[in-house]
Design a protein around this ligand. Structure first.
Ligand SMILES: *[C@@H]1O[C@H](CO)[C@@H](O)[C@H](O)[C@H]1NC(C)=O
Ligand SMILES: *[C@@H]1O[C@H](CO)[C@@H](O)[C@H](O)[C@H]1NC(C)=O
Ligand SMILES: *[C@@H]1O[C@H](CO)[C@@H](O)[C@H](O)[C@H]1NC(C)=O
Length: 459
C-alpha cells in the first residue's frame, strides 16, 4: 500500500518535472511542443494564417462552429454550394525573398544593438529562403486545403457526398498557377479522405475565370501598369507614420536612419509573418516590431489592396464581372432544374473554384462587402483604426467565399459565408434571403457588368 503511494507520488512528481521542462523549452524557437503566436500575428494581412480569423481551429483544425452561421428554417434543404477559395500558405515571391535577404544582410553586417533577438538573428537564424521558392505552395498550404475540404464535408453533408463525387456532380476549377493547382489537388485529397472515396475527380484549369484580372485590358492599363493608380500607397510609405516605424527600427538595430528604408521594414515584417505561417515559429524578427509598428505595416498592406483590388478604382471590382456572371448563371441553372421538378437531383451540386486573393477581393467589392464610409487614404491611418476593410480578416491564406442555395417551402433561399462565417449582403436585411431578392438587389450588375464592355478600351 505504502509502496503504491510512493510510486504514485514519484510518478506525479516526474510528470510535473517533464511538463515543466516541456513548458520551458517551448520558449525556445526550436521546440514544436506548443506554438507561440506572435503578438502581432493579427496584423499580417494577406500573409496571415486562416486560424487568426477562426481561433477555434487552433485547438481542433477539423472543428466547425455553428454559432457563426445563420441557417434558414429546418424545413429547408441544401441544394447547391459554390466555393471560391484562395490558395493555401505559400512561400514569398522572388521580389520579397530578395528584400528579405538584403535586410538580413544589413542586420548581420551593421546592427550593433544589444536586443536578444539581434544576437539570435546573427548567431542562429539562417536565411533559408531561396529564389526558386518563388510563391510556391508550402506543406502548410496543402494542409490548409485538405482541412478545409474536410470541414466542408461536415458543413454540407448532403452535398459533399461520395455519390455526388462519383456521379460527376462535384466540379473542381483552378487558376493555372502552381500554388493554386497544388491547393486544388490537396483539396481533392481532403475530400477523398473525408468521403472515403476512390472516385476519379478531374480538375479543370480556367484562367479566364480565376485570373480574370490578367485578361481585363482596362484594368491592366489603368491600374496594374499605372504607377499613379497607387499614389496613396506611395504617399503613405513616405508619410510620418511609416517614417516613425523606420526610425524605431534604426534605433533598435543601432544603425544610421539612412540605412533603413520602407523596403527594410517591410522585409522584416514579412520575415516575421512568413516564419510563422510556414514554420509556426515566433521568430526573432517579430521582436523588431511593437504593436503600433505592426498596425502601420498592416495599413500599408490594406491600402495597397484597397487601391489595386478594391474600392480605390471602379475597374478593380468590375474586372470580376465574368466571375460574377459565372456564379449567377450556375445558380440560375440550379433554380431552373428545381423549378422544373422539385425532386430533381441537381446536376451540379458543388462547384469549387481555386484562385487568388486577387480573385476574391474584386468580387467581394463588386458585391459591396467590407465597404467603409470613408475611403482608405495615405492621411487617415488614425481615423481608420476601426475600418472593416482589413485584408487579414477578408483574404488570409485559404480564404473562402461560400454561396449556398436552399430549397424551402416558400421558394429558393441563398446564404453567403466568408471564411465559414455568415454574412448579410449589404442592402438586404435577411441573412438568408430569397434568391429572387438577391437578384433584385444586384439587378443592375446582372443586366450589365459585361466583361467585353467593361474591360475594352475605346481608342
Ligand atoms: C465559436 O465561435 C464563437 C464566436 O467567435 C466563440 O465564442 C466560441 O468559443 C466558438 N465555439 C467553439 C466551440 O470554439
Ligand atoms: C506542385 O505543382 C507543381 C506544378 O504543377 C509540381 O511540379 C510540383 O511537383 C507540385 N508539388 C507538390 C509537392 O505536389
Ligand atoms: C493612371 O491612374 C490615374 C489615377 O487613377 C489616372 O488619372 C490615369 O488616367 C491613369 N492612367 C492611365 C494610362 O490609365
Amino acid at each position: 500500500m505504502a509502496k503504491q503511494v510512493v510510486t504514485t507520488v514519484c510518478f506525479v512528481l516526474f510528470h510535473c518535472i517533464i511538463s515543466y521542462w516541456a513548458f520551458m523549452s517551448s520558449c525556445s524557437i526550436h521546440s514544436s511542443t506548443k506554438i507561440i503566436i506572435p503578438d502581432i500575428a493579427r496584423y499580417f494581412g494577406t500573409k496571415g494564417r486562416y486560424e487568426e480569423v477562426n481561433a477555434y481551429l487552433i485547438d481542433d483544425i477539423l472543428a466547425i462552429n455553428n454559432s457563426l452561421v445563420t441557417l434558414p428554417s429546418s424545413k429547408c434543404s441544401e441544394i447547391h454550394l459554390t466555393v471560391i477559395i484562395r490558395h493555401g500558405t505559400r512561400y514569398p515571391t522572388i521580389k520579397n525573398i530578395q528584400k528579405m535577404r538584403e535586410f538580413h544582410d544589413l542586420v548581420v553586417r551593421e546592427a550593433t544593438g544589444n536586443l536578444n533577438c539581434l544576437s539570435e538573428i546573427k548567431s542562429q537564424w539562417k536565411m533559408w529562403y531561396t529564389d526558386d521558392m518563388d510563391g510556391r505552395l508550402v506543406d502548410q498550404g496543402r494542409e490548409d486545403h485538405r482541412h478545409l475540404a474536410q470541414r466542408l464535408i461536415k458543413w454540407f453533408p448532403s452535398l459533399l457526398t461520395e455519390e455526388n463525387v462519383r456521379q460527376g456532380r462535384v466540379k473542381l476549377i483552378t487558376s493555372s498557377k502552381h500554388r493554386c493547382v497544388n491547393s486544388t489537388i490537396a483539396f481533392r485529397e481532403g475530400l477523398m479522405k473525408g468521403l472515403r472515396s476512390e472516385a476519379k475527380l478531374e480538375l479543370a484549369v480556367n484562367d479566364a475565370l480565376m485570373r480574370y484580372f490578367d485578361q481585363c485590358e482596362r484594368f491592366v492599363k489603368e491600374v496594374e501598369n499605372n504607377k499613379s493608380a497607387l499614389e496613396e500607397v506611395k504617399r503613405f510609405h513616405e508619410g510620418p507614420e511609416m517614417k516613425r516605424v523606420m526610425e524605431k527600427m534604426a534605433d533598435r538595430l543601432e544603425v544610421p536612419y539612412a540605412s533603413i528604408t520602407d523596403d527594410s521594414v517591410e522585409a522584416g515584417f514579412f520575415l516575421c509573418a512568413y516564419e510563422f505561417a510556414i514554420q509556426k515559429l515566433n521568430s526573432p524578427w517579430c521582436q523588431l516590431f511593437d504593436e503600433v509598428d505592426a498596425q502601420v505595416m498592416e495599413y500599408a498592406g490594406d491600402l495597397k489592396q484597397y487601391w489595386k483590388r478594391s474600392y480605390g478604382h471602379e475597374i478593380n471590382s468590375k474586372s470580376s464581372c465574368i466571375l460574377f456572371h459565372d456564379l449567377f448563371h450556375r445558380l440560375d441553372q440550379v433554380v431552373a432544374e428545381i423549378t422544373k421538378n422539385s425532386d430533381a437531383i441537381v446536376s451540379e451540386a458543388v462547384t469549387v473554384q481555386v484562385g487568388h486573393a486577387e480573385t476574391l477581393l474584386p468580387l467581394l467589392t463588386l458585391l459591396d462587402l467590407f465597404k467603409d464610409d470613408i475611403p482608405l487614404s495615405s492621411t487617415n491611418f488614425a481615423t481608420q483604426h476601426n475600418r472593416i476593410f482589413r485584408s487579414g480578416n477578408i483574404v488570409p491564406y485559404a480564404a473562402n467565399l461560400l454561396v449556398v442555395l436552399y430549397k424551402c417551402p416558400e421558394g429558393i433561399r441563398m446564404g453567403v459565408r466568408l471564411n465559414e462565417k455568415s454574412l448579410t449582403l449589404p442592402g438586404l436585411t435577411d441573412p438568408v434571403p430569397m434568391y429572387e431578392d438577391v437578384k433584385t438587389r444586384y439587378s443592375t450588375l446582372l443586366k450589365g457588368c459585361d466583361q467585353e464592355t467593361v474591360c475594352k478600351i475605346n481608342s
